[in-house]
Design a protein around this ligand. Structure first.
Ligand SMILES: [Zn+2]
Length: 242
């Protein structure tokens, strides 16, 4: 079988003198590992630089083994500003890192694919902390780890005041259930409202949200706790926010 698809370069490694091995997140095949034989011989089939973050059109040969042959790579979109700005680069690296570390091979996820595309494009104009809040809240939602922010995650009671969150439970707890979990901490009602808005609003409308810096800090701490506990992923490592 031969296939054509679009994808982002997540990782690259030179192989022998002339070839390149890459991990690419594609639209229809999910994450794939591929080899571009003769990449450094300036073959006309490889017009893309295959730099990390680049968005390309590929032709490849899906098979059962984990390394697929990529016979064509054409650059569709580059993000040159990511190479010039340390803060934007570090945020884009976190987007790429979680896709690479947590999505299994060949597990297509079109929602995460458009999330990555929209988020990388938005790095030109929008505040980095806001984009981190949006990306990681949506990423968790699209990967089945959706933190529960509408009702008590244990007894499903509707909640209106005095919100408490548990990282290990993955959501809000009511006043009865919170007594049974040691890792419960209070969160503000504005943060609950912002996270619910992000979970339920698509791009580009979601970019209109303007959380205060205190709210963003609280959201990022909750997300980091959640990501560390459930996915062994540290949101703040190698992150340079100016
Ligand atoms: Zn409850």
């Amino acid at each position: 079988m031969i296939a054509k698809d679009f994808g982002f370069v997540l990782k690259r490694m030179n192989f022998r003198e002339t070839s390149l091995i890459v991990t690419v997140f594609t639209k229809r095949f999910g994450k794939i590992n591929g080899i571009l034989k003769g990449f450094y011989t300036l073959k006309k089939e490889f017009s893309s630089s295959m730099d990390i973050f680049t968005y390309n059109e590929f032709v490849f040969y899906p098979k059962r083994s984990t390394l697929w042959l990529i016979s064509f790579a054409d650059l569709i979109k580059d993000f040159p500003f990511l190479r010039k700005n340390l803060g934007k680069n570090s945020v884009a690296c976190k987007f790429i890192e979680i896709v690479d570390k947590t999505l299994p091979l060949w597990d297509k996820n079109p929602l995460v694919f458009s999330l990555l595309k929209n988020s990388l494009s938005s790095l030109t104009h929008y505040r980095l902390t806001k984009l981190l809040c949006i990306f990681f809240t949506k990423f968790l939602t699209f990967c089945g780890f959706k933190p529960e922010f509408t009702k008590c995650i244990k007894c499903h009671k509707k909640l209106s005041l005095g919100f408490s969150f548990s990282i290990s439970c993955g959501g809000l707890l009511c006043e009865t259930c919170r007594a049974f979990y040691p890792d419960v901490f209070p969160i503000s009602s504005s943060v609950v409202a912002i996270i619910s808005y992000i979970q339920n609003t698509d791009f580009p409308l979601v970019l209109r949200i303007e959380p205060s810096s205190n709210d963003e800090e609280e959201i990022l701490n909750i997300l980091n706790g959640f990501l560390t506990h459930h996915l062994n992923f540290n949101l703040f490592s190698n992150l340079y926010l100016q």
